[in-house]
Each structure stands twice: as structure tokens, then as C-alpha cells.
Design a protein around this ligand. Structure first.
Ligand SMILES: CC(C)(COP(=O)(O)OP(=O)(O)OC[C@H]1O[C@@H](n2cnc3c(N)ncnc32)[C@H](O)[C@@H]1OP(=O)(O)O)[C@@H](O)C(=O)NCCC(=O)NCCS
Length: 162
């Protein structure tokens, strides 16, 4: 049974490990490794203080997935937020991503956001399918925005309006 709960400081180390593991796959995230633990802790504490939605999926007490929406800071953008998510490989393809994103989007809406945006690598078909399924639409394409191990990749920009 995998539980989805709001993140707390007690989950920081486990969240950091999960983030680092997915980042080191070098395929999906905008990081190739997690930021340092101290920076990750500051990020999480700031998300909690700002009441930004950040949920983790726990299996046996360990973080196996996360989804968050960080509210944009400038006054003219502050109705919107940026979504990020990931699951450890063994937990993919079983509906957990769907549960996690729906939970997080409900919280973003409840927090008064009216726009959620994200960027996704063009070759990440599973993520794009998930985002479309929950209502995101494609707004743009950034050509050669990534270069990983010498290979350029396009990035798709998507957003959902409540
Ligand atoms: C992208 C990710 C969050 C999706 O979560 P998930 O739990 O694997 O996805 P779900 O099982 O909830 O499936 C969601 C949808 O994705 C698509 N999908 C997922 N796995 C798929 C597969 N193996 N083949 C085809 N489609 C698939 C389907 O459309 C599915 O919806 P459906 O089952 O109702 O048709 C997860 O795979 C992941 O963490 N990937 C690596 C990190 C990452 O890409 N993060 C996002 C960066 S932008």
C-alpha cells in the first residue's frame, strides 16, 4: 500500500535520495544529480512555509515519488505555479503518477492557483501522456533546449488552466 502525504521535514533525506536516483537516470529531469542535501532541505522548508503543494508517495516509510507545484514569485505571475514530479523506476506504470498528480493539482487549485505549467523532455512519452490525461495542453516547444551526453533534446512546455 503506497500512501500519498504532504511532505514534512522528516522526509527530506528520503526525498533527496529519490530525487538523486531519478536525476542520475539522465533522461527525465532538469538535474543530472540532486542539488546538495542542504539546498534540498531549504527548498522543502520554503515550500512548506509558502504553503505550496508538495506531496510524497511513501512505501514502507521511504519516499518513492514526489509531486510539487511551486508558486511563481512575481506579482503578475503569482496565480500560477510550476509542477515537477518523479517516481522511482519500480513504482512507474501502475497508476501512482496519476494519483500523485491529481492530489497535487487539487491542492494547487485549493490554494487559489489558476494556472499550472511544466516542461517535459520531448522523448518522455509516458510523462506527456500523463499530463495530457489530467488536462495539460502543449503551449510550446523549445528546440535543442537540453544537451545530455552530447545529444540535443527538445523540451515541451505544457500548462493547465483551472
Ligand atoms: C512520468 C511518471 C511520473 C508517470 O507516472 P506513472 O505512475 O508511471 O504513470 P501512470 O501509471 O499513472 O500512467 C499515467 C499515464 O501515462 C501513460 N503511461 C504510463 N506508463 C506507460 C507505459 N509503460 N506505456 C504507455 N503509456 C504509459 C498512460 O497514458 C497512463 O495513463 P493510463 O494508464 O490511464 O492510460 C513516471 O513514469 C516517472 O516518474 N517517470 C520518470 C521521471 C519523470 O519523467 N518525471 C517527469 C519529468 S517532466
Amino acid at each position: 500500500m503506497i500512501e500519498i502525504i504532504a511532505i514534512s521535514e522528516a522526509h527530506v533525506e528520503s526525498f533527496h535520495r529519490a530525487l538523486d536516483t531519478v536525476a542520475r537516470e539522465r533522461r527525465y529531469l532538469a538535474f543530472l544529480e540532486a542539488p546538495p542535501l542542504a539546498a534540498t532541505r531549504s527548498f522543502v522548508l520554503d515550500m512548506i512555509a509558502q504553503r505550496n503543494p508538495q506531496f510524497v508517495a511513501l512505501s514502507g516509510g521511504d519516499v518513492v515519488g514526489w509531486c510539487d507545484v511551486q508558486r511563481l514569485s512575481r506579482p503578475i505571475h503569482a496565480h500560477g505555479g510550476i509542477l515537477g514530479m518523479g517516481l522511482l523506476q519500480p513504482f512507474r506504470g501502475q497508476g501512482l503518477g496519476t494519483r500523485l498528480i491529481r492530489h497535487t493539482l487539487d491542492a494547487a487549485r485549493a490554494a487559489g492557483m489558476s494556472r499550472v505549467e511544466l516542461s517535459v523532455h520531448e522523448n518522455n512519452a509516458n510523462a506527456i501522456a500523463l499530463y495530457k490525461k489530467v488536462g495539460f495542453v502543449i503551449e510550446g516547444l523549445q528546440r535543442n533546449a537540453n544537451k545530455i551526453d552530447g545529444v540535443y533534446g527538445n523540451v515541451i512546455l505544457m500548462a493547465l488552466l483551472f
